[in-house]
Structure formats: C-alpha cells, structure tokens
Ligand binder design. Structure first.
Ligand code: ADP
Ligand code: ASP
Ligand code: MG
Length: 473
C-alpha cells in the first residue's frame, strides 16, 4: 500500500493502482509534533483527490513502476509483534520470542514478527564502521548496520521451525518496504505487502527484519535509530493489523524512565499526542517517527514486556477519561542534546540551509541577534556541515541535557509552569533555555543536573502515586 491521504479511519487499499510521484519539500524546520512530514494521514485535512505524498526529504526521485497491486483488504486477526534488541539478545531469548509468536499463532492470530538486532549489535556495527573509516559513507553504513536485524530475524525463524510451525524471514526489501533515498533516516513511502499476505495465507509466521527498507534507487536504507518500531507500525498499517504490539525490556510506558526513577508508575493508556511529546523529549521506549505514523494511520500500539504476560501501555486516541485522570503523564529526559547558538545569519537563510541538509530542527529560540536551535543527535554532523557552509558564526552547547514535563491536562490546568519553575529554583538548577508546547515544558539544564531535576519534578507532580496511572478503558 502507498502511504497516502486516506479518508476513512482504517487504512484501506487504494481503489485504483494509480502510482504517483513523490514531491520534495525540503521542510525540516518546524514543530516535530505537527505530523510526519513525509506521510500524509487522515488527520491532515487536505485530503487531496489524487493520492500524493508531500514532504519527503529533499531527495527527489523517479516514480517507481507498479510491480504489485496494493495490499488486499484489511483482514481480521492479524497482529504485528515487535521485539527489541534486549528481547532477542541471546539464543535462549530468541527461543522464548519464537515460542511467544507460536503461542499467538496457535491462539488464532496471523502473526507478523518484527525483530531488532540482538542486544547492542547495531552500536557495535556502527563503531566498527568508525574504527575503519572516520566518516563512513552513508550508503555503506546502511549496508552494514542493516545486517543486525537480518541475523536476528533469520534466527527467530529457525527457532519457530523447531517448534513445529512454518516461518519465513524476510529482509525489509523482500517484505516490500520501499523508502526514500535518505540513508540513515529513510522514510517509508510504500509497502508492497503481497509477499507477506501470501506467506500468511500459507499459514506461515512472517518475520521481517526491522529498521530497513529498499530505496526507490534500489539501495538498502535504514530508518533511523530505534527504527524497528517504525517497521512494525508501518507493517501494521499496511496489513490492517488489529494491533501493533511492541515488546520491550520494561513493562510499558512509565511516568519517567523506570531505570532512573524507581518509583515511576506504569501508565495504562497514553494519547498519541502525549506519546509524541514523550518520545520527542527522550522516552526512547518508542521511536518518535513510529508514533507519528501510528497516529496518522490509526494504528493502536500496545507497549508491553517481553518477559511477562501483563498488559502494558496502550497508545491511542485521547478520551475524556485520560484528561480527567492526570494532568501530567510523565517527566522525560535526555542527557545529550545537539544545541547550536548561531550569530550573523538571517533566520530564513539559516533554516533554509538546515532544511536543505535534511536536519530536523526541534526547538528554536531567538535572543536578539542570536538564534538558538536544537536538533536530534543523529542530525548533528549534518547541522555542523550546513552551518560551516553558511559561513555563520556558531557554537555548540554540548554540556546540556533536557528535562521535560509532559501532560495533556496541562492545557486545562494553569500553574504547571509555576510549579515546575519553583522546583528548579528550590534545587538551585538554572535552565539555560526553556521551550514549551501546549502539553510540554522542556528545560535545557546542565547534563550533571538532569537526574536530580527529573527526580524532583516527578515528586512535585506526585507521579509516584498509584493514582497517577490511568486505566485503559
Ligand atoms: P527496545 O530495544 O525494546 O527497542 P529501547 O531501549 O529502545 O528498547 O527502549 C526501552 C527503554 O526505554 C527502557 O529500557 C527504558 O530505560 C527507556 N525509557 C526511557 N523513558 C521511558 C519511559 N518513560 N517509560 C518506559 N521506558 C522508558
Ligand atoms: N537496531 C536498531 C537500533 O539499535 C533499530 C532498533 O533497535 O529499533 O537503532
Ligand atoms: Mg527501541
């Protein structure tokens, strides 16, 4: 299926096999929660008559010939089960993941499995590349790092066969995942899911290597760090899955990183909007782009533990109950931020240059003649190069981390900012920059203060109390 404007709530097959070109819009700047720039969903009002995807990074390419019809009608009973790196870190864990997929199949579901690379394998491959070459070519880096997911997915398929069920492993390319040409952060533009459907019809469990696809220029691409979440969500949309289950090493989405704040509570339900803010501000349990995609294509996500059968956290549309129960959903953090201070460049020129370099600008602050902006860490080098080309005077603030308070209830409860600022004052922590959205306040603070700021804000908003969590309806 092409990811194009859809009018109904569920993703449906396009009536005609019309193939349309993709138009470029180098737009990288702007609020990241405004929707996936490269994919147009039901939420984006301008549902054009012709299916067209706007805004894929500035890598224009030729229309691809239609080689397969779009995905068949959504079928009941298909689930996508995605397992992260820690869940498949060793042979024993791989066998357990296989058993879990077999159990789901035996309970009647058609199962599409997506797996990440084993343990820290992707990090190891990235550092291997840098041991060989100081600036590996993006194409070759993608060739290398896409391998991790292929290994784990073949191993899970083997383990499933040993349990007496038929399984087939597919690379992203074999699974029909077509992306744009932006190596290292490619966007999915099409999924030709026929092969997956055929295998499911043959009663197989289908394993798809996460984090990768094939570009319209026939190259292997990867989808950005954490990108197996993206593979899972996009496949769930493409095959019309009932749910997309994200199995990970924690029990769900918590009010703060449970590894940092032991009293953090598991949230039973979070709206897409809140999850977007949380993912954008450091809750790495879901990749940001996968949440945007899920929202735009109405994919219900269930984030849960690989190691227990407990219900985890549902990520779905906001409802009244969510708003009533908790003002603040969580306190998120990052310990490293790419923050740049720039002088001597007009904003239009600066952000034009960053957009042309496909840098996703996050926060922007103008202080007199000085422009401050932040970008995702993976865009750091591209931003540095763009700034050098521009000839602007710039400096990177590498000592900063970010602590954010996120909650949909913030819109209707005044005073959150006052309490948050008072907490920082009491701690003696002075934020260097502050950025806000209707449901988030983010403080850029020295890295060394991140941990205690998270803990203090978590306390201020009483997020360790069991009633901070919300029941899934
Ligand atoms: P996977 O390998 O399964 O994709 P990740 O490492 O990408 O797992 O994401 C899971 C991790 O996210 C957890 O181990 C946890 O430390 C971290 N995390 C950060 N913030 C949160 C949060 N608010 N809720 C849950 N997990 C969080
Ligand atoms: N293995 C990839 C990464 O480490 C993708 C993922 O885990 O989702 O970023
Ligand atoms: Mg992850």
């Amino acid at each position: 299926m092409r990811f194009a404007p859809i009018r109904s709530r569920r993703v449906k097959r396009e009536a005609t096999p019309t193939r349309v070109g993709v138009r470029a819009r180098g737009g990288a700047a702007g609020a990241r929660t405004a929707g996936t720039p490269g994919l147009v969903g039901p939420r984006q009002r301008a549902a054009a008559a012709v299916p067209t995807i706007f805004g894929v990074t500035d890598t224009a390419y030729e229309t691809v010939p239609a080689v397969e019809p779009a995905a068949p009608e959504a079928r009941l009973g298909t689930i996508v089960m995605k397992f992260g790196g820690t869940s498949v870190a060793d042979p024993e864990k791989i066998r357990r993941v296989a058993a879990r997929m077999v159990a789901a199949r035996e309970a009647g579901a058609r199962v599409v499995g997506v797996v990440s690379a084993m343990g820290q394998h992707t990090d190891e491959l990235v550092s291997l590349a840098h041991d060989v070459s100081p600036r590996p070519k993006p194409r070759e880096l993608d060739m290398l790092i896409s391998v991790g997911e292929r290994i784990s997915c073949a191993l899970v398929a083997m383990a499933i066969s040993d349990l007496g069920r038929d399984a087939i492993s597919l690379t992203g390319s074999q699974a029909g995942i077509v992306t744009d040409t932006a190596h290292g952060k490619a966007k999915i533009v099409d999924i030709r899911a026929k092969r997956i459907h055929d295998a499911l019809d043959e009663d197989r469990i289908v394993l798809v290597a996460g984090f990768q696809g094939v570009s319209t220029a026939y190259e292997v691409t990867t989808l950005g760090r954490g990108g197996s979440d993206m593979t899972a969500v996009a496949l769930a949309a493409a095959v019309g899955a009932e749910a997309c289950e994200i199995y990970t090493d924690v029990d769900g989405v918590f009010t703060a990183d449970p590894r940092l704040v032991p009293g953090a509570q598991k949230l039973h339900a979070v709206s897409y909007e809140e999850m977007l803010e949380m993912a954008a501000s450091g809750a790495r349990v879901l990749q940001l782009r996968s949440v945007e995609f899920a929202r735009n294509h109405d994919v219900r996500l269930h984030v849960r533990s690989t190691f227990t059968d407990e219900d985890g956290t549902w990520v779905r549309e906001e409802d009244e109950r969510m708003l009533e129960k908790a003002m603040i959903s969580g306190v998120t953090h990052t310990v490293e931020e790419a923050v740049f201070e720039v002088r001597g460049s007009a904003p239009a020129e600066l952000f034009g240059a960053l957009a042309a370099a496909a840098v996703n600008v996050d926060t922007v602050i103008q202080i007199g003649p000085e422009l401050v902006f932040s970008a995702p860490l993976e865009d750091r080098h591209d931003a540095e190069e763009a700034l050098d080309r521009l000839g602007a005077a710039w400096e990177e603030r590498s000592e900063l981390g970010k602590v954010s308070v996120v909650g949909a209830g913030m819109r209707s409860h005044p005073g959150i900012a006052a309490r948050a600022f008072a907490t920082l004052t009491d701690l003696g922590v002075e934020p260097r920059f502050v950025s806000t959205s209707p449901i988030k306040i983010a403080f850029y603070v020295p890295r060394t203060d991140v941990e205690r700021t998270v803990t203090a804000l978590h306390e201020t908003f009483e997020l360790s109390r069991p009633e901070a969590e919300r029941q899934h309806a």
